[in-house]
Ligand binder design. Structure first.
Ligand code: ADP
Ligand code: MG
Length: 356
């Protein structure tokens, strides 16, 4: 986004933040500043002290290396809060960090936070309550595909239809939007984490090599793909041989890893196709112009856009900076709050702490 002096000034004296509370990563976008927090949604807890030991990046680095007295918690599962207290601790810590980064004392923030499409009222309320409990002055909810579409610059306020496929850690969310709302959606519990597991399984089955999730994820980043690469790549993977128990290094190729990921990739393709089947032909025609936008970290899997383009006969493209799309898009609502607040989701009436 271009430098805007007014926003910069506002950023000094008020605090409007957008939060993307993902299963894999939590991002905080502060108005006038940009992305100020981008850390894994992981917390390690000392069981004996009943206290968090580390939050974010530091916690993720501990994974697979912790003593038995330490548990690793990923408080967001399938896009929704599964551990309320831990989520609150994590949010408090991240919002606190935003305050620390500031040269002037900041008031409590107004917060817009993303939620997956189709979550229950109870799940929405949990997100709202967690944000309020972690120190927000006001909290607003936005559906993640709407935020992703705003972040990707899609014309969702128009009558023309558009489509976003957001591939995160825990879930893949497919949404078709038109006239500022979601007209069809699909949610699938196969995304980045599942691909990591595919690689762990593959290494075990083919090479009797036990590898950690972190190593599997790095393998996916470096040589994972959904379409033939030119040239194909190789990589050395370290683990423990399951037969003799000794450390071992194995060289694998991108062709093998593509095969390992093929099942999960196929399920994602089938789900997108399924969503396409359901939408009216007018919107399909619109998509032939605009194409389908990929967002979320999974969009960075090499060759995924090409593969989808090939299979769906529609142009599939990756949003600019897909990992930050939801946070940036949610933050756009603050830029013209009176008009854009129509993208926000209300909580059901009759509740004691209505956000409006
Ligand atoms: P969430 O919204 O669930 O927090 P993100 O949108 O942050 O998820 O995406 C995280 C997922 O994206 C992880 O599974 C991560 O491994 C994956 N990812 C990130 N970069 C890449 C990459 N270059 N190639 C493949 N997958 C990637
Ligand atoms: Mg996400």
């Amino acid at each position: 986004m271009a430098f805007n002096p007014l926003n910069w000034l506002l950023g000094l004296f008020s605090l409007d933040i957008a939060i993307d509370l993902g299963t894999a990563n939590t991002l905080v976008y502060a108005r006038g500043k940009g992305i100020v927090i981008n850390e894994p949604s992981w917390v390690t807890i000392d069981k004996r002290l009943r206290q968090p030991l580390a939050i974010g990046l530091e916690a993720k680095e501990m994974v697979g290396r912790t003593p038995s007295s330490v548990i690793v918690v990923r408080p967001i599962r399938d896009g929704v809060i599964s551990e309320f207290d831990v989520t609150q601790i994590m949010l408090e810590y991240f919002i606190g960090k935003v305050h620390e980064q500031s040269v002037v004392p900041l008031p409590r923030p107004r917060v817009i936070v993303g939620i997956p499409t189709g979550v229950t009222e109870v799940e929405k309320r949990a997100v709202y309550d967690a944000v309020m409990a972690s120190g927000a002055r006001q909290a607003f909810l936005i559906e993640e595909p709407i935020a992703a579409a705003l972040g990707a610059g899609l014309p969702i306020n128009e009558v023309r239809g558009s489509m976003v496929v957001d591939i995160g850690g825990g879930t893949t969310e497919v949404a078709v939007m038109s006239m500022s709302g979601v007209v069809a959606s699909r949610s699938l519990r196969i995304a980045g984490d599942e691909m990591d597991q595919d690689i762990v399984q593959f290494m075990r089955n083919k090479y009797n090599l036990l590898i950690g999730e972190g190593v599997a994820e790095q393998t996916k980043w470096q040589i994972g793909s959904a379409y033939p690469l030119q040239p194909e790549k190789t990589m050395e993977i370290r683990g423990r041989n399951l037969v003799n128990g000794l450390p071992e290094t194995v060289e694998v190729s991108s062709i093998e890893i593509r095969e390992a990921l093929s099942g999960s990739v196929q399920v994602i393709i089938d789900t997108v196709r399924d969503a396409l089947d359901e939408i009216p032909p007018e919107i399909v025609a619109d998509l032939m112009d605009i194409g389908i936008c990929l967002a979320g970290g999974g969009a960075l899997l090499q060759g995924l856009a090409e593969r989808l383009t090939d299979e769906l006969k529609l142009r599939v493209w990756v949003a600019e900076d897909p990992l930050t799309c939801v946070a940036r898009g949610a933050a756009i609502v603050f830029e013209d709050f009176d008009i854009l607040s129509r993208y926000l989701v209300g909580l059901e009436r009759g509740s004691t702490r209505h956000h409006a």
